[in-house]
Design a protein around this ligand. Structure first.
Ligand code: NAD
Length: 269
């Protein structure tokens, strides 16, 4: 911990998909913890500008960066922009993701590829570029690790999800990507982990909480009895990239109020 008491003081971070939901909360939380933050957005800069303004209003450093994470050249440009502004990169939270839901019999190749391109290939491109940058820069005194990566996965990396086969397959893929990379680069001082959120109230799952009926159905799946907030995930991300988690790599931190505990079995013991 730095003398300021902020765990990420002096560190430089990049968060993808940071103009809304979980990514926005993570960006703000990393900044509160002392990091300068690249705030990636896909299109329309207004929401990213608002996140940047929120960070700057409390004395933090932030930079909006446009990029489609599924586009190789865009990803390289995004890292170049963050590196040019901050001089180095210590933390990457690969958070961008989307859903294109359909029953398997109706799922188009476009829906399949659209989700895999962003949720899995996008993670690959961001993780690969992070590792390249971490390896190319000197180690730092501000962190014990040479670099830290968090991949935003989902409870659906392990819970099958009918009607969302593309999404569940992408998140399962992220898990093996993360574990394989963790094994490969641990010796170079690079840590990489997943966060697997359960049901977090954001735009991506609005239809699961926007009516009382939908809410009640969703709460049956959450033993802890409440829908998660983006800040629940953001606090976990700050810990995972801090030195407090320095011996943690290749693992998944479930932030799900117990959703992955097979809640349907609660009363059948
Ligand atoms: P969200 O829709 O608010 O955020 C997703 C972000 O990704 C958006 O800002 C979007 O612009 C961005 N994005 C989409 N395609 C992109 C691209 N090609 N390039 C760059 N950015 C792109 O939803 P969220 O809930 O905040 O989702 C964030 C992550 O958390 C996703 O990976 C999602 O799968 C995961 N997740 C969410 C929940 C939940 O309950 N909300 C649960 C599990 C996992």
């Amino acid at each position: 911990m730095s003398p300021s008491g902020r765990p990420l003081e002096g560190q430089k971070a990049l968060v993808t998909g940071a103009s809304s939901g979980i990514g926005a909360a993570v960006a703000v939380a990393l900044a509160r913890a002392g990091a300068a933050v690249g705030v990636n957005y896909h299109s329309g800069s207004e929401a990213a500008d608002a996140v940047v303004a929120q960070i700057r209003s409390v004395g933090g450093e932030a930079l909006p960066v446009r990029a489609d994470v599924s586009d190789e050249a865009d990803v390289v440009r995004m890292y170049d922009a963050v590196h040019a502004a901050f001089g180095r990169i210590d933390i990457v939270v690969a958070n961008a993701g989307l859903q294109k839901d359909a029953a398997i019999a109706d799922m188009t190749l476009e829906q399949w590829r659209g989700v895999l391109d962003v949720n899995l290939t996008g993670q690959f491109l961001c993780v690969r570029e992070a590792v390249r940058r971490f390896m190319a820069q000197d180690t730092t005194l501000v962190s014990r690790a040479r670099g830290k990566i968090v991949c935003m996965s989902s409870v659906h990396q392990q819970i099958p999800w009918g009607g969302h086969a593309n999404y569940a397959a992408s998140k399962g893929g992220v898990t093996m990507l993360m574990q394989s990379v963790a094994q490969e680069v641990a010796g170079q001082g690079i840590r990489i982990n997943n966060i697997a959120p359960g049901a977090i109230k954001t735009d991506i799952n609005e239809d699961a909480w926007d009516t009382p009926e939908a809410r009640e159905k969703l709460l049956k799946l959450i033993p802890y009895g409440r829908i998660g907030a983006p800040d629940d995930v953001a606090r976990a991300a700050v810990w995972l990239v801090s030195d407090d988690a320095d011996y943690v790599t290749g693992t998944t931190l479930f932030v799900d109020g117990g959703m992955s505990l097979y809640p349907a079995f609660r009363d059948n013991g």
